[in-house]
Design a protein around this ligand. Structure first.
Ligand SMILES: [Zn+2]
Length: 363
């Protein structure tokens, strides 16, 4: 009976498509009177947007996957807080759901790392290169088809059915933006190492993490609130940290130095707002710092011992050496990250300490 009622409700909702109000699916969780986290949950795509109420206005960290997706979240924030005096937008980096809704805040200062604008270029190419756009549309249409097909099967599981329904509305809006095109708005205020934003009653310390997960990853520390917003650095519990194709030795040293500074006794952190999961605590930071330090030591040692890259990759699995991080199932997001980390760190160390040239041939 419950199933029948539920399905009966779902059909008109889905038929209504994008006109259906996404409001009830969007959450705004208060951390304190001045800090809240907005998110629109789905099966596997939660993205935390941090909202800060300051004397100088509202600040939003990250802007979701597209303007149509961002619009109902913005509306929910404004209605709940009773204000719309947006002062700053901050993008933690240039991946899908961190900066694609910037177009809704064109009269607001948009702050990001100096690499952010170049990193965001892919969002334009995805819309302007026909093959890329077609493949992306096919991919998201397939997701929508799978969700529609799954809905009747899960109708009796109210929570799961609600997540599917939430995903259907989300992806429907996203596909409309991708199909029709949307404006990609780049940062208007950038920095290279560290930037301090004075908001009157609050200070935001915005810190470049180094080239790793992307080329423009930043963290935002709010001392008065003891809050650290980590974007993709503490991505979700147990997710392996990253060393990227563009990372150099100075970046790996920077990862460790930035985390060391944040873990100093005089830095008080109670809440860590990660990019993509429930809120975390300071306890997630030391394993990330130790991961980079140990990786550096282990790969250096392996090279000194004359091991090959393959041997080193087999040696440095997460389960063997880094139990704080979990091995994702094969062929899922992140499943090849550790292999890639070893390969990239191997390349970095080879660049830094090239093998000695072969001895000159005897005459
Ligand atoms: Zn990312």
């Amino acid at each position: 009976m419950i199933t029948a009622i539920h399905l009966g409700l779902l059909v008109p909702l889905l038929a209504a498509g994008p006109q259906f109000d996404p409001g009830p699916y969007i959450y705004l969780d208060r951390l304190s009177p001045r800090v809240a986290v907005a998110y629109w949950p789905g099966i596997d795509r939660r993205c935390n947007l941090t909202v800060i109420q300051s004397q100088k206005g509202l600040v939003l960290i990250d802007t979701e996957a597209s303007p149509r997706v961002m619009a109902p979240i913005k509306r929910k924030i404004e209605q709940t807080l009773g204000r719309r005096d947006w002062a700053y937008i901050i993008n933690t980096h240039a991946h899908d759901n961190h900066c694609s809704g910037n177009a809704l805040f064109k009269n607001t200062v948009i702050l990001g790392h100096e690499n952010l604008a170049a990193d965001m270029q892919w969002l334009i190419r995805r819309q302007t290169e026909p093959d890329w756009k077609r493949k992306e549309l096919e991919r998201y249409h397939a997701i929508l088809r799978d969700l529609r097909a799954a809905l009747p099967r899960y109708a009796a599981h109210r929570l799961y059915a609600r997540l599917i329904q939430s995903d259907l509305i989300f992806y429907d809006l996203f596909v409309q933006d991708l199909q029709q095109g949307y404006e990609v708005v780049k940062p208007t205020l950038t920095f290279s190492d560290k930037y301090t934003l004075d908001l009157g009653d609050l200070t935001l310390e915005v810190i470049f993490f180094g080239k790793g997960h992307s080329n423009s990853d930043i963290l935002i520390y709010i001392p008065q609130e003891r809050v650290l917003v980590t974007g993709a650095i503490a991505y979700q519990p147990g997710r392996v940290p990253e060393i990227g194709e563009d990372s150099h030795l100075e970046d790996v040293h920077r990862f460790i130095a930035v985390l060391d500074r944040l873990l100093a006794d005089n830095v008080k952190i109670e809440h860590v707002i990660p990019g993509h999961s429930v809120l975390l605590t300071r306890a997630v930071l030391p394993p990330i710092r130790d991961f980079y330090q140990r990786m550096l030591e282990e790969v250096q040692a392996a090279r000194r011992q004359g091991l090959t890259l393959d041997q080193t990759t087999r040696l440095l699995t997460l389960s063997a050496k880094f139990p704080a991080f979990r091995e994702p199932p094969p062929r899922t997001d992140g499943s090849l990250h550790q292999e890639r980390n070893v390969k990239n760190l191997w390349r970095i160390l080879a660049e830094d300490q090239p093998a000695p040239p072969p001895a000159p041939a005897q005459p």
